[in-house]
Design a protein around this ligand. Sequence first.
Ligand SMILES: [Zn+2]
Length: 192
Amino acid sequence: MLNKYYQAVQITNLQKAICHLVKGTAKVITPDWTTHSFEDWIKISQFHNGNGSEGRFIRSPSVTLLIPDAIYLPFYESLPQSEVIFSRQNLFLRDKFTCQYCGKILKNPKERTIDHIIPKSRGGKTVWSNVVLCCKKCNLKKGDKTPEEAGLKLLKLPKAPRWQALILEEFPKHKRDKWKVFLNFAGIFSEP
Ligand SMILES: [Zn+2]
């Protein structure tokens, strides 16, 4: 979803997107920045459908609709969220499911623990900059010590993630490619 300033602000589902289109609160936007009303989009969909062209469609008895990749909300002024809520899941995503000491990828949720770099017992807080994902083995080794004391070294210094970076983690690459032009414009996506 793009706001009135063409900034990517949210990821929505198809049902909500269609709802916005039907109500007229949103238009379909294509990567060339053209916007289309719902009525126009129906015509475009019919054209593509009759053309046998590729693209995914949803069909009802009366309407065939090409599934839009992005919608533009001309009356929506909210700006992109910038802070990520602290949660276990978000922490795992930030750390890419990798133990931040030994580098092991922790596929099994049972292997995942949260380590306080400055231990809680020494006043360490549960904040983005003081917690990392850690495997059980490293956590055991670390105990109530600082990394230096335990002879462990962090792969990188942790910081609060940007919400966009996190959201992109969860989406398949083909979707990211489709959104690239919009995400680039919003300063979200950067080529590796
Ligand atoms: Zn480890």
